[in-house]
Write a protein that binds this ligand. Structure first.
Ligand SMILES: [Zn+2]
Ligand SMILES: [Zn+2]
Length: 129
């Protein structure tokens, strides 16, 4: 399989019996046949996502990225709780592509983050009043 972003070879990794593909050059990660909910449950994101976010900034801005499985243009999805975080999704077969660093970021999302965001929001409102 070729990386949908930089066209280099991807290598399979076994993560808790889930096979993911990781690019040997940009370290982007492709998840296939897995739901968004299941993605949240995968442990060891640090071990899978070893690339540097700095290197993926340019790749993150690419538009019209083709799915490495079916070739259809993937959708660019913004994370609900982290609007700065974008990843590609192919709805045809539950495929997700994360640039290096994005999966770690994605996994950091927690209930705690949600409340932190809320308190920030209320603080800001208070200041403005
Ligand atoms: Zn790549
Ligand atoms: Zn696809």
């Amino acid at each position: 399989m070729k990386c949908p972003k930089c066209s280099q070879a991807m290598e399979p990794l076994n993560v808790n019996d889930i096979i993911v593909q990781r690019c040997t050059q940009c370290y982007g990660i492709w998840f296939h046949g897995i739901s968004h909910k299941e993605l949240k449950k995968i442990h060891g994101s640090e071990a899978i996502d070893i690339g540097y976010e700095e290197n993926s900034r340019v790749l993150d801005r690419l538009k019209g990225v083709a799915c490495p499985e079916c070739g259809k243009t993937m959708q660019r999805v913004a994370d609900t709780f982290k609007p700065h975080l974008h990843y590609e999704a192919c709805p045809s077969h539950d495929g997700f592509f994360f640039d290096a660093g994005e999966f770690r970021d994605f996994k950091k999302e927690s209930v705690l983050d949600f409340f932190k965001d809320l308190s920030w929001y209320f603080r800001k409102r208070g200041d403005g009043a």
